[in-house]
Design a protein around this ligand. Sequence first.
Ligand code: ZN
Length: 236
Amino acid sequence: MNRAKHAVGLLSGGLDSSVSLALAQAQGWTIDLALTFDYGQRAARAEKEHGCRVATALGIPFRHLRLEWFSWFRTGGALLSQSDALPRPLITQLDDAAFTTESAKKVWVPNRNGTFIEIAAGLAEDLGCEAVIVGFNREEAATFPDNSKAYLEAISQALRFSTNEAVRVISPTVDMNKSEIVAEAKRIDFPFNLLWSCYESAAQMCGRCESCTRLKRALSQSSETPLDSLFQDAAL
Ligand SMILES: [Zn+2]
């Protein structure tokens, strides 16, 4: 198989990873496999369901992988522990660096993205793909270094040593904030009702955790998006 423009995608079912894969396809990439992970996160059930829906809509083979050993972590904060409260920022707090630095610590899971990428890179080489596609974004890179362009470049360099074919990691959304990702999603008619960006699992996204609040802010800048059909609490 010609490896050119074949990739394995990481897919949580959220805005960034879902739109990244759709944009990659629009740029001529073939996604041979989308991977969604259960690492004991509150949203695991919803991410599996919505990741599968997104992959199906995009015509991508889908696999769900359980990483049970993440439960050994003593850290992992509110994302892994039901007893820790998830931060619920106001939209006005999203640009407050002191606030978001603290809120990021509360949902930090050690080396989570690094683990996912390393697993996907091995599968990419095995499947004859040249890349792993991830949904990084400039907005969250400010508080999550494993969401940054610098990390993309660094881990691509590291993979030159651990894969024979120098699998690289790319992200069509890495230079965008969430509003720009929403604009790109609209441009390619991405179905927003397939998404799950919430840190919780439920029938609808909560509308109050930081991930929901960032998505609401981005969607609210586009007037025709029906917020109340996506969120339990659609108030801005
Ligand atoms: Zn939420």
